[in-house]
Design a protein around this ligand. Structure first.
Ligand code: SAH
Length: 361
């Protein structure tokens, strides 16, 4: 048992089985032993690879998206660009380089990051030193740490790591999935059936067969509402890109990945990334409650192609060796092909209502 397991075990022994969301929260964000509090999880030598680490073209397209939004906002002389979970800072570096020639954008920009990992913060500060990024520790609509300027928010593969609750239909009714300990190992168990849970289950799923699982991420809903509220108050837009679904289909999606392989979700807490499919339909409804508009979700392939990624690939290939050209083609395919990241990954934009055309959608 690792150190975090011992802490979780003591917690369960004292207060009983814990909701999946609590387990996920501690496994990922325990201040000392949480997965996102140690080391660098990204890249070949890490646990997983993300779109910006596959190709510079991804960040470049996001840069174009930001520039388009900024122009539609009337090119404000001061605005905040906030990235949530910037990883190694690669996306932002590629984005800002791609639009360096857009007159006024860089002068108007104040760069902010939300990041829990100290190691990644150091990498981001180094990579984006020219833009002097500021950090916020949490995001809430009442967040006084962001200046009251129009705000463009980017979150790539951030929401999938926010805690989810899992509900399961048993033969007796809807129950919550909990984590408990049995013979030194963490295992799933179910709460007693509880009719009050029915209110949390989408109507279409309430009478589903036993074994059906519904995942709900209150943290994602609250964060989306806060982002939307901030945008409604200050102007701007948010772009959420992640792997996800338009609506859940009754199957559990919580997964663990370590060293580029699937791992046991309850195996070694703090040593594997835990993620779940993002419920984009839910995020969209959450944003609308705050009076903002939304675009999408659309597949990442469709989104990147609408922003011109094919042209960009052609342009890069003009100056490439044969080997580089084939790497560009395979990155393009990986990012956009329906059988790769093109459909499973999706983009959703949240905007103020005066943004009438949203690039990429
Ligand atoms: N966007 C980057 C990294 C994705 S990994 C990319 O696409 O490459 C998830 C990122 O979110 C990491 O930077 C991680 O440290 C950060 N993160 C995850 N949960 C977080 C939380 N609750 N608060 C702040 N940062 C978080």
């Amino acid at each position: 048992m690792n150190k975090l397991s011992a802490i979780l075990r003591a917690h369960i022994e004292k207060t009983g089985p814990m909701p999946v969301a609590d387990y996920m929260c501690l496994a990922l964000q325990h201040p000392e032993y949480g997965y996102y509090r140690q080391g660098d999880p990204l890249g070949q030598g890490g646990d997983f690879i993300t779109a910006p680490e596959i190709s510079q073209m991804f960040g470049e397209m996001i840069g174009l998206w930001c520039a388009d939004i900024w122009r539609q906002m009337g090119s404000p002389e001061q605005f905040v660009l906030l990235e949530m979970g910037p990883g190694r800072g690669t996306l932002m570096q590629d984005a800002l380089r791609a639009i360096a020639k857009i007159s006024g954008f860089h002068q108007a920009l104040q760069l902010y990051f939300l990041e829990s990992s100290e190691t990644l913060r150091e990498m981001q500060k180094e990579k984006l030193a020219a833009y002097n990024p500021q950090y916020i520790d949490t995001f809430s609509a009442a967040n006084a740490s962001l200046p009251p300027f129009p705000t463009i928010i980017i979150a790539n593969e951030f929401f999938d790591a926010l805690p989810i609750r899992q509900f399961e239909k048993s033969f007796q009714g809807w129950c919550e999935r909990l984590v408990t300990i049995e013979k030194d190992a963490f295992v799933f168990t179910l709460s007693k059936p509880d009719d009050a849970l029915l209110l949390l289950i989408p109507e279409a799923m309430r009478d589903a067969n036993p074994g059906t699982v519904f995942e709900l991420s209150p943290a994602s809903i609250n964060l989306t509402r806060d982002l939307a509220k901030h945008i409604a108050q200050n102007g701007g837009a948010a772009l959420i890109v992640d792997y996800g679904c338009a609506a859940p289909d009754g199957k559990p999606t919580l997964q663990a990945v370590a060293d580029h392989r699937y791992a046991n979700v309850l195996g070694n807490p703090g040593e594997a990334d835990l993620t779940a499919l993002v419920d984009f339909g839910m995020l969209q409804r959450a944003a609308v409650t705050e009076g903002t508009g939304t675009y999408g979700p659309v597949g990442q392939g469709e989104f990147l192609k609408a922003l011109g990624i094919d042209l960009r690939a052609d342009q890069l290939k003009l100056r490439a060796t044969a080997q580089q050209a084939s790497a560009i083609d395979s990155a393009l395919r990986r990012l956009t092909h329906p059988a790769q990241m093109g459909v499973l990954f999706k983009a959703l934009a949240i905007t103020t209502s005066d943004i009438t055309e949203c690039a990429g959608f």
